[in-house]
Design a protein around this ligand. Structure first.
Ligand code: FAD
Ligand code: MET
Ligand code: ZN
Length: 619
């Protein structure tokens, strides 16, 4: 028996689902652990697939790696679970079927969730366990992340000469989540030495066939397909795959015609599905010629509509740039806000930044406000986007909406925790964190959606990221900035800084970073305001001297405000020597304060420029 040789001559049949089958029996726990505690059930599933006529049986080890087992506190049982799994599959196969060791993908849309180094460690551990038990081949399945499957395939290819089946999964037919087309992805896997390349899971037969229609026959590898039984439905609180084995049988015929030589089933498929496809395509002579009738023309991705205004990061690279935060109102009246926006525009700011429910309290949607000020005052708004309030679907739709409104400046942040806001019990989504959000916004700039599909047009977002200099370990904060740049951040906007030394430290720690930094300055309005910020707002720390100065200014509002402005001006003097970008935060819609500070920055910058040009004349 030789799997490679067999695949040269005939169509082989894989098995169907293990996980969803056990789940449909009412077992809802770590499926891989059942190899130890309920071996008989696992054996029965394998036997049912053997009986149905499957040629290739997969071990019940899809998630038997320490990363996934950690969820169940089973991370130290990788070896026992994998060992038992191979023995059970072999026992059911009786030496008459190929037993392939399954290793499932770990990453979904969130690349950030697990580092590639950790994936390598976890993969190796599981791989060695499976190889030690002498499987007949390996099945790498359900990989959404191309980087991940490339990485693990390289490891596996170095470690063994056994046949390797490498399968990716797609959110959208024909394309991986990073926008790589299925044919290109499978070619990469073939080039890395996979014997069988294909797709499994997530999509039902219809989309799987549609995806394979575009894939030419590989030169050295063969094609495989393990579609789900159908798209899942949610019934009585459970996921079910309503499907009919006859439909699956017909689909298997189409997959065969598309050149698939190993055909099995993924989620929702049962021994009946496998029996049905065995009857139709098992053993058939493989398709050796396939004409991909037309490579569906790769959709031409149009460039974003031209906007000749420079982005904020370009402005701050060239010279002085001022942005001012004026947060959308917490109440429905917008007059004062709009007056502020207009006054700040008149004062000459480069952009008005609009927080996304900062401090986790609801305000008028910043996109609505951004659109109004853009249209009404020709302001180029900067919209903050937190990962807290929208899931992946909401975030992508939100970004598409922003693009449609011609809004191009974004700040991608995790978002303040709901605990501190008006609804402490509210859920927080966090499908993505700020790194991933930056990455996906930049993917949209290439015209590719979060799921890899063409958007037909590229966006032209400029993406800022947060920098928090108010931390004990500045190097760690700088490390996060460097990582954000890797993910695509164009520039940074900092939390407000409240003393000169801290500003100098922030400058020293970041001077090697080429991406511009807009340094935050927030005028204080009273000692109570200062104490609140210092003691209660995450990420903000005030210097002792600043608190003392505000204390001295007393409770007279005008005096306190004047002191706040004095402190800010002094910070501005330092900032102008160190940073091109200045980010002013307007307290309590008191735009008169930020207008005054904007004018101050303009005057001081002009003075400095005059000095420089006088200096040049003197030389
Ligand atoms: C300019 C600016 C504007 C903002 N606007 C808004 C807004 O509109 N709406 C809103 O809700 N919030 C806003 N915030 C707050 C922001 O959401 C939080 O400060 C957020 O934590 C910082 O954004 P970040 O996710 O990019 O990341 P980071 O600061 O890089 O980190 C994210 C989280 O991880 C934590 N962390 C940092 N280092 C480590 C580490 N080594 N290990 C483990 N954890 C770590 C941080 O404490 C932070 O909670 C803003 C912040 C800034 C600086
Ligand atoms: C989540 S994809 C399916 C994994 C594995 N083949 C199973 O059926 O359990
Ligand atoms: Zn599946």
């Amino acid at each position: 028996m030789d799997l490679r040789e067999d695949l040269q001559n005939k169509t082989l049949i894989g098995d169907g689902a293990m996980g969803t089958l056990l789940y449909s029996y009412g077992i809802d726990r770590c499926f891989e652990e059942l190899n130890l505690s309920h071996a008989e059930e696992v054996l029965n599933v394998h036997r049912a697939y053997v009986h149905a006529g499957a040629d290739v049986i997969q071990t019940n080890t899809y998630g038997a790696n320490y990363i996934k087992l950690t969820r169940y506190g089973l991370q130290d049982h990788v070896k026992e679970i994998n060992t038992a799994a191979v023995r059970l599959a072999k026992q059911a196969s009786g030496g008459k079927r190929y037993v392939v060791g399954t290793i499932g993908g770990i990453r979904g849309v969130r690349k950030q969730a697990v580092s590639i180094e950790e994936i390598k460690r976890s993969f190796r551990e599981q791989l060695y366990c499976l190889l030690f038990e002498k499987v007949d081949g390996l099945l790498l399945e359900t990989y959404y992340d191309l980087e991940e499957i490339r990485t693990v395939l390289e490891i596996a290819r170095k470690e063994t000469n056994l046949p390797i089946i490498a399968q990716v999964s797609m959110h959208e037919a024909g394309v991986l989540q990073d926008g790589t087309s299925l044919p290109a992805a499978l070619k990469q896997l073939e080039d890395l030495g996979a014997d069988v390349v294909g797709v499994n899971c997530r999509l039902g037969p219809y989309h799987t066939i549609q995806s394979l229609e575009e894939v030419p026959l590989p030169e050295t590898a063969v094609l495989s397909a393990y579609p789900n039984a159908s798209l899942p439905a949610f019934q009585d609180g459970r996921l079910v795959y309503p499907t009919d084995p006859t439909y699956f049988q017909k689909s298997a015929q189409s997959l065969y015609e598309q050149g698939a030589r190993l055909i099995g089933g993924c989620c929702g498929t049962t021994p009946e599905h496998i029996e049905a496809i065995v009857a139709r395509v098992k053993g058939k002579a493989p398709i050796k010629d396939k004409v991909v009738p037309f490579t569906k023309e790769t959709e031409v991705i149009a460039a974003a509509p031209k906007d000749t205004r420079p982005h904020l990061h370009e402005k701050a690279k060239k010279g002085r740039s001022i942005i001012v935060e004026l947060d959308p109102p917490k109440k429905l009246k917008t007059e004062r806000f709009l007056q502020g926006a207009e006054a700040l525009r008149e004062a000459g700011i480069d952009s008005l930044t609009l927080a996304d429910n900062s401090l986790a309290s609801p305000r008028i949607c910043n996109t609505a406000i951004a659109s109004i000020i853009k249209e009404k005052y020709d302001i180029d708004p900067l919209v903050h986007i937190a990962c807290r309030d929208r899931n992946l679907l909401g975030l992508q739709s939100h970004l598409m909406g922003l693009h449609t409104l011609g809004i191009r400046q974004l700040l991608a942040i995790t978002g303040d925790p709901t605990k501190i806001g008006d609804f402490p019990g509210a859920t927080s989504v966090y499908d993505l964190n700020s790194f991933d959000l930056i990455h996906y916004i930049k993917q949209m700039n290439k015209g590719i959606s979060f799921s890899g599909k063409s958007l037909g047009e590229s966006t032209s977002f400029s993406v800022a990221a947060a920098f928090n200099p108010n931390v004990r370990n500045l190097n760690r904060a700088v490390g996060r900035m460097e990582k954000k740049i890797k993910y695509g951040a164009d520039y940074f906007i900092s939390q407000p800084v409240f003393n000169e030394e801290q500003m100098i430290e922030a400058y020293e720690a970041t001077k090697h970073i080429e991406a511009p930094i807009y340094i935050g300055i927030m005028p204080l309005t009273s000692i109570r305001n200062a104490e609140f910020l210092h003691n209660e707002v995450p990420g903000i720390t005030l210097a002792k001297e600043v608190l003392e100065k505000m204390e001295l200014a007393g409770t007279d509002k005008t005096k306190a405000q004047a002191e706040g402005i004095r402190i800010s001006k002094s910070l501005i003097d330092t900032a102008l020597d160190l940073f091109n970008g200045i980010y002013l935060i307007t307290p309590f819609l008191r735009y008169d304060i930020t207008v005054e500070l904007t004018k101050y920055i303009k005057e001081q910058s002009a003075k400095r420029e005059r000095k420089v040009s006088n200096g040049i004349r003197m030389v």
